[in-house]
Design a protein around this ligand. Structure first.
Ligand code: SME
Length: 151
């Protein structure tokens, strides 16, 4: 499904005040994972600033052992410190990478800003090599902006 068709669906999910924020985030993950063929795992991590750790709050795809990630560790932990998008075309080429599944070939992590502060991120793993384009980045930045509105 093209990104433009997903936007209104995401807006509708996030506007549903009858559900908890975590439930709505899980539905966003499920929508993205089931709609975009190369999005094999989709999750939201949020930062605990005091502990300098990221905590998995919602996801779709195979369960992961990596529900808590220290700042600086792996792709996710690096984004917690850099505040920058991190697009990894080939995870094997990364030294500071935490493997969640032997099938993962590529990963994209986009920081989520609330009032200008990096409070979390969306993380997507792909079983396809080098699948992510700048369109994915723009779309996922938009998703995170919508999520920030309900935090
Ligand atoms: N690969 C990530 C860890 C999280 S899993 O992809 C779910 C990383 O290197 O930070």
């Amino acid at each position: 499904m093209p990104f433009d068709a997903l936007r209104p669906k995401i807006t509708t999910i996030l506007a549903n005040d009858a559900e908890s924020v975590t439930q709505r985030l899980t539905e966003v993950c499920e929508l993205l994972q089931s709609s975009i063929g190369y999005y094999d795992w989709v999750g939201f991590y949020f930062a605990n600033e005091a502990e300098r750790t990221l905590h998995l709050r919602a996801f779709a795809g195979e369960p992961t052992d990596h529900t808590v990630i220290p700042f600086g560790k792996g792709i996710c932990g690096q984004v917690a410190e850099s505040n920058q998008n991190f697009v990894v075309a080939d995870v094997k080429a990364q030294n500071n990478y935490i493997a969640c599944s032997m099938y993962v070939k590529a990963e994209i992590v986009i920081p989520l800003f609330k009032d200008g502060k990096n409070v979390g991120q969306i993380d997507i793993d792909s079983h396809i090599a080098d699948p992510f384009s700048p369109e994915d980045e723009r779309f996922l930045e938009w998703v995170n902006e919508q999520v920030a509105e309900i935090l």
